[in-house]
Design a protein around this ligand. Structure first.
Ligand code: HEM
Ligand SMILES: *[C@@H]1O[C@H](CO)[C@@H](O)[C@H](O)[C@H]1NC(C)=O
Length: 325
């Protein structure tokens, strides 16, 4: 092969690569096909938020749980059937995941103005962004054009990180999704809004390990407060606490301030202080909220591109809860 042929082959490869990237998601994907799409989603998120501020947290988490299982393909929205137990019915999502009705109402309006055009996966991505903004985070553009998947398996929620993981395990988990350790620390800041069921952290209060009942890395007085909110003998699985009690519906840096005060709610939060590299990031994010907010916006946009279906793959679901027949 001549040098010139080699060079043109290389150029061709590089061009192809670029074109493939371009054929991926696109900002303004619905500008011509359904120009109201992002506006309608924002309206539905806003309406829902003023009825219940907690839905914003629910929608941010929904996007995360969609993307970490089979990519951001709307698979988290699919209802179980007689023959299939879907993601939303795994213990990782049921009963804690919330906000499905917001996606349903946005989808219903979108189907009435541009039938069969806007994917459920994109609606979730837009709704998560709008939730970040409405709670005081920085806005970011959401590249769209995701297609909806046709498979949703409860068993596949194994890829979601449980709250008992330590920093190395979290780093591994996020790396397996193409995200860096720093993006893991940045995205964990989403725990500055929303709530948790007692079940997710009660081991830190009552059954830490065989020799110690209470996690020594948890601030004593915070632990005492949590014990009141989550009594040992209680069988009420619906008990919840705010994750950042001071400003539970505001996207601010207080998640990181909490961790510095040993008031991270989960092991997976507090563990970020045990590694020198992540500990410095916790400190930086607490000190420079604007820096964190802008890193958070970028990391959300990146998370939103994990394993997406594009082009003619998948489908545009008519009802986000049911695959098309
Ligand atoms: C780093 C690993 C992570 C672990 C182990 C984890 C675990 C959890 C757990 C156990 C809950 C409590 C759910 C409940 O009982 O109601 C929760 C809530 C939440 N998570 Fe995470 N999470 C992680 C990362 C993320 C990421 C990356 C995001 C989004 C970018 C996120 C957003 C949220 C939000 C907003 C809530 C509150 C949900 C609500 O109020 O309904 N989490 N998380
Ligand atoms: C239980 O946890 C404490 C505090 O982290 C630790 O010192 C101790 O070694 C642990 N015990 C066991 C059996 O793992």
């Amino acid at each position: 092969m001549s040098v010139r042929m080699l060079i043109s082959a290389l150029i061709f490869l590089v061009l192809c690569e670029c074109m493939m990237l371009e054929a991926q998601l696109q900002v303004g994907f619905y500008d011509n096909s359904c120009s109201m799409a992002e506006f309608i989603v924002r309206q539905e998120v806003t309406n829902a938020f003023f009825r219940n501020k907690g839905v914003a947290a629910g929608l941010v988490r929904m996007h995360f749980h969609d993307c970490f299982v089979r990519g951001c393909d709307g698979s988290v929205l699919i209802d179980s059937t007689a023959t299939n137990s879907a993601e939303k019915d795994s213990p990782a999502n049921n009963p804690s995941l919330r906000g499905f009705e917001v996606i349903d109402s946005a989808k219903a309006r979108l189907e009435s103005v541009c039938e069969g055009v806007v994917s459920c996966a994109d609606i979730v991505a837009f709704a998560a962004r709008d939730s970040v903004v409405i709670t005081g985070g920085l806005g970011y553009e959401v590249p769209a054009g995701r297609r909806d998947g046709r498979i949703s398996l409860a068993s596949e929620t194994r890829s979601l990180p449980p709250p008992t993981l330590d920093v190395d395990q979290l780093t591994q988990n996020f790396r397996s999704m193409g995200l860096t350790q720093e993006e893991m620390v940045t995205l964990s800041g989403a725990h500055t809004i929303g709530r948790s069921h007692c079940l997710a952290f009660r081991n830190r209060l009552y059954s830490f390990n065989s020799t110690t009942s209470q996690d020594p890395s948890l601030d004593r007085s915070y632990a005492a407060q949590l014990k009141q909110q989550c009594p040992e003998g209680s069988t009420d699985a619906s008990l919840v606490v705010p994750m950042n009690p001071v400003t539970p519906a505001i996207t601010d840096e207080y998640y990181y301030t909490d961790i510095l005060a040993n008031r991270g709610l989960f092991t997976s939060d507090q563990t970020l202080l045990t590694d020198p590299t992540t500990a410095i990031q916790v400190l930086q994010n607490a000190r420079f909220p604007f820096l964190w907010k802008s890193k958070f916006a970028s990391a959300m946009a990146k998370m939103g591109q994990i394993g997406v279906l594009t082009g003619t793959a998948g489908e545009i679901r008519a009802n986000c809860r049911v695959i098309n027949t």
